[in-house]
Design a protein around this ligand. Structure first.
Ligand SMILES: Cc1cc2nc3c(=O)[nH]c(=O)nc-3n(C[C@H](O)[C@H](O)[C@H](O)COP(=O)(O)O)c2cc1C
Length: 306
């Protein structure tokens, strides 16, 4: 059996597969399909200091090879989320909490509330959040703002700090480098791409929010390209995501340089996709005689890879 273990900073994972934030709730719904201990990690919904009600409906629409969502980071707030997170202690998988906020202070507060929780192994900082002080522009669109945010959060925790990047930027490598130099242990990419759909009968946008985030197979080539580019310029591990719905997709991301992968929208289509991807990666390693999954990370970049 091949060695499936990977590490993200100090965090050791038994395999490189995890659900993507916001597509797995707090794991409750999926626990009836399989034992969540098979996951490399469990990533929970974006968590804020106070409850966020999210956007008005309609908030989701299917698109060719994907979906648009404008959930608006609805969540119960960190005190209520903490109770749900504690229930995940029964599984033998580290829990990664996705953190959101409107200001640096709000991000800081979520981390301080969760710092004493032994169930929380790592934070994934979602920088695709509207920055109130910067007029609602997302934190993740400017390298200097990402640098400032990560610099403020780094001293608050010794747990693994992952920064989740937005693809809605001109050059994702600049943002990646800013997060790394501010002390991030790992990067996640990509979050959703801004898009929209119009109802031609009603002659208005389908989503009440007008725009939403595109995810699913449609975004995979863009995500893969960004993982390739980012892993060329940083020395910290990358969790690749965006359109992964099979082991073959996950392997592409690892060959492009991702150390681990996350699966989002595909969970809605196939609730057992995550364990299937773990098994498929293992079968691939066996087929090509790799002894460790780490051997395939970035292999497509090497000329002598056969
Ligand atoms: C319904 C929905 C909710 C999401 N909520 C969050 C969230 O709370 N925080 C976050 O960082 N990303 C969130 N995302 C983005 C996903 O974690 C992931 O980065 C993106 O969907 C790309 O992966 P996929 O194509 O496999 O879905 C959400 C995506 C969807 C579809």
């Amino acid at each position: 059996m091949a060695d499936l273990t990977v590490s993200l900073g100090r965090l050791q994972l038994k395999n490189p597969v995890m659900p993507a934030s916001g597509c797995f709730g707090y794991g409750e719904e999926y626990a009836s399909f399989y034992d969540l201990s098979v996951l490399g990690a469990i990533v929970v919904k974006g968590t804020t200091v106070n409850p966020w009600p999210g956007n008005a409906p309609q908030r989701i629409v299917e698109t060719p090879a994907g979906m648009l969502n404008a959930i608006g980071l609805q969540n119960p707030g960190v005190p209520a989320a903490k109770i749900k997170i504690r229930r995940l202690a029964r599984y033998n998988s580290p829990v990664i909490v996705n953190v959101s906020g409107h200001s640096v202070e709000e991000y800081k507060e979520v981390i301080s509330v969760l710092e004493e929780e032994s169930t929380v192994a790592a934070y994934e900082i979602n920088v695709s959040c509207p920055n109130v002080k910067a007029g609602g522009m997302a934190f993740g669109t400017k390298p200097e703002i990402v640098f400032k945010l990560v610099t403020a959060l780094r001293p608050l925790t010794e747990k693994t700090l992952i920064v989740k990047l937005s693809p809605n930027v001109t050059d994702i490598t600049e943002i990646a480098t800013a997060a790394e130099s501010a002390g991030a242990d790992a990067l996640s990419l990509i979050n959703t791409l801004v898009g929209m759909a119009i109802d031609i009968e009603k002659r208005r946008p389908v989503l009440a929010n007008i725009t939403g985030g595109l995810s699913g197979p449609a975004v995979k080539p863009v995500a893969l390209r960004m993982v390739w580019q980012v892993t060329d310029v940083v020395n910290i591990p990358v969790i690749g995501m965006g359109g992964i719905s099979s082991a073959e997709d996950a392997i592409e991301f690892m060959l492009a340089g991702a150390t681990a992968v996350a699966i989002g929208a595909a969970n809605f289509v196939n609730p057992t996709v995550c364990p299937e991807v773990v098994a498929g990666i293992e079968a691939y390693l066996h087929k090509y005689n790799f002894s460790s999954v780490r051997e395939i990370v970035g292999l497509a970049k090497r000329a002598d890879n056969t």
